[in-house]
Write a protein that binds this ligand. Structure first.
Ligand SMILES: [Zn+2]
Length: 423
């Protein structure tokens, strides 16, 4: 009950209160930093401005950077067990949810979310993305509950927080065969369809008999080809949610522009070019207190849009998120038709190993998957890929290991890519 009220509060605040101005935000940031200094042993040692942290540095100091002093090993244990058993309910003491993300920077990332943060996330997410018609459906007790379909590699208490009597939440596990998922989807047509960009495109190609009112693309960059395909098939515009372990970073507004979520984040741009157009964001999230995210450097490349948005929301907008390009691999099904293996599941097959490689690249040349890695165990990787293909009901690829080489910096850094689809 308390959770519901909290969600409702954050929903209303997000939806109907104007975003705080610069001065209010600066005051909140100042208060947040003062609190972090009092509570975190890591920041007590630091005089002056807090340093910019990379993901690796954050994980190194994991224990000192969460309120409960959980170790990385404890948190990883709970997260990996959930992945293996596909039961995502277990929590650490104090109602803390553990999430595992393979991230885009190449390192496995474990993150902690408290109960009230979960409610805030749900309220903000709905507040920013829910169409007026969807909101009316939730509020009308005579209408069926609003049905959300979530396609993800792993569920989480974070997402199921959204479920209630007026909101039905269906989780579709991407490690299951895609055909089964499409049958289940047609049997329970959603009002709101939520999936990673590449998965949305595959759903559109499968043309299930559904007519969602809203479609949200999450976790990956939505390229223009996929967007056109999805919008064509379902005849609704696709909204994008930009999210990372660092939090809920942004989403598109009714005018179709990507806003950074500066209501709860302080975002410093690390400019990459002299024209001040492209930057890596450095994130401080002053809404979170289970883990302290202070000046986190993300590897994503964002393109800044300096013009004000016609929707009236006063936060920074982006022309594009450029750095998260993903590639889909393909394997034949039992009729010899190529079926998609989404990059997120490939990354997960690697990151959930007992001894994952430090770095790796997977390149597909028809049925041959060339793997280059530094560290890690070849036998384990081979077994994990075979298991992934089996779970998806697809033909196993021929996995070949090649010596690790650095990718030239001038090239686009891609860890997973398909150079030739199997025929
Ligand atoms: Zn806008």
């Amino acid at each position: 009950m308390l959770d519901r009220l909290l969600i409702l509060w954050h929903f209303a605040a997000t939806r109907w209160f104007p975003a705080p101005g610069l001065r209010t935000r600066a005051r909140r940031l100042h208060r947040f930093l003062a609190r972090v200094r009092r509570e975190s042993p890591f920041y007590q040692r630091i005089d002056g401005e807090p340093p910019i942290l990379t993901k690796c540095e954050f994980l190194e100091h994991f224990t000192e950077l969460n309120r409960h002093g959980f170790t990385l090993a404890e948190a990883t244990e709970v997260a990996l067990r959930a992945e293996r058993e596909r039961d995502f309910r277990p929590e650490l003491p104090g109602g803390v949810t553990v999430g595992l993300s393979s991230g885009t920077s190449g390192t496995r990332h474990v993150f902690l979310v408290g109960r009230s943060e979960r409610c805030r996330w749900a309220g903000q997410m709905l507040g920013h993305t829910l169409a007026p018609a969807s909101l009316r459906q939730i509020l009308n007790p005579f209408a069926p509950p609003l049905r959300l379909a979530f396609f993800l590699r792993a569920s989480s208490n974070l997402y199921t927080t959204l479920a209630s009597r007026r909101v039905a939440f269906d989780y579709y596990d991407l490690t299951r065969p895609f055909g089964d998922l499409m049958r289940a989807l047609a049997a329970a047509p959603p009002d709101v369809l939520i999936a990673p960009a590449t998965v949305l495109a595959e759903i559109a190609r499968a043309r299930p008999a559904i007519s969602p009112r809203q479609i949200l693309s999450v976790a990956e960059v939505l390229d223009s080809r996929d967007r056109a395909l999805v919008e064509n098939v379902f005849n609704v515009p696709v909204a994008e949610v930009y999210q990372a372990t660092e939090g809920f970073l942004g989403c598109t507004c009714p005018a179709g522009r990507m806003h950074l979520n500066e209501e709860t984040l302080h975002i410093e741009p690390l400019w990459i070019d002299d024209e001040h157009e492209r930057f890596h964001p450095v994130i401080t999230d002053f809404s979170r207190s289970t883990q302290w995210f202070v000046r986190h450097r993300l590897n994503d490349v964002l393109r800044y849009d300096p013009t004000p948005c016609p929707c009236g929301r006063r936060t920074k907008t982006l022309l594009a998120i450029e750095g998260r390009a993903e590639e889909v691999l393909w394997l034949p099904d039992d009729r010899g038709e190529p079926a998609a293996v989404f990059p997120d599941t490939v990354r997960q097959a690697i990151y959930s190993l007992a001894s994952p490689p430090d770095r790796y690249r997977v390149e597909q040349h028809a049925m041959r998957w060339e793997v280059r890695m530094s560290g890690g165990d070849e036998g384990e990787v081979r077994k994990s890929f075979a298991g992934l293909a089996d779970r998806l009901g697809l033909v196993r690829p021929e996995v070949v290991f090649l010596p690790w080489t650095e990718q030239p910096a001038s090239e686009k850094q891609k860890r997973i890519r398909c150079l030739a689809k199997p025929e």
